[in-house]
Design a protein around this ligand. Sequence first.
Ligand SMILES: O=C(CO)COP(=O)(O)O
Length: 249
Amino acid sequence: MARRKIVAGNWKMNKTPSEAVALINELKPLVANDDVDVVFCVPAIDIIPAVEAAEGSNICIGAENMHFEESGAYTGEISPAMLTDAGVKYVVLGHSERREYFAETSESVNKKMLKAFEHGLIPIMCCGETLEQREQGVTMDFVRQQVKVGFLGLTAEQAQTAVIAYEPIWAIGTGEVATTEQAEEVCSGIRACIAEIYDEATAEAIRIQYGGSVSGESAPELFAQPDIDGGLVGGASLKPDFGKIVNCK
Ligand SMILES: O=C(CO)COP(=O)(O)O
């Protein structure tokens, strides 16, 4: 069965609640497409107005992070139940910016992956190498390790519904998009890794996105690759260009 494409915007730390509503209203008609899963991952404070603004459209709202505990003394954090109660369907986990600036590790990402599934949230787990790692030729080893640890303890059934976003760190926000060959090579390697951990059926089902300077111009070729099932889009998800990315053929 063909995998359904999934195009997600990662707004990062952009847009106030009122700006979020305005942007969703602006982009709603541009991203209307029932053949693709369209997700807007927004800052925590934007979630409730974003869910309301997206109601009746094909847009699902995602979060950019969550804590791995149910509740408790974790000042400033957001729990999985808070997300689901607010109408969130997806959650980005282990983005390289969180790994770099907020000390996230593959182990903490794994705890979050397990907790997300307990709450029926679909995780979009990010992985990807630095420029230095690419130059040293260790990209695939590094990404495989991120995936293996991130997926520890997940059942095949859970793994099949998870989304992995391959985001080479050197391509994020730099305007330097990976070549189609580089992106496909790693995404197919990730799929092979899932087949090793689980089985072919799980590898065939899991959706793998590419992220890193995706634009309306670069998306068609990237998304046409056999192992790339859509994208996780930063900067361009805040603009009408996101409509082109969602609708690219
Ligand atoms: O980090 C990204 C999405 O999570 C990619 O960001 P850009 O599309 O701005 O490069």
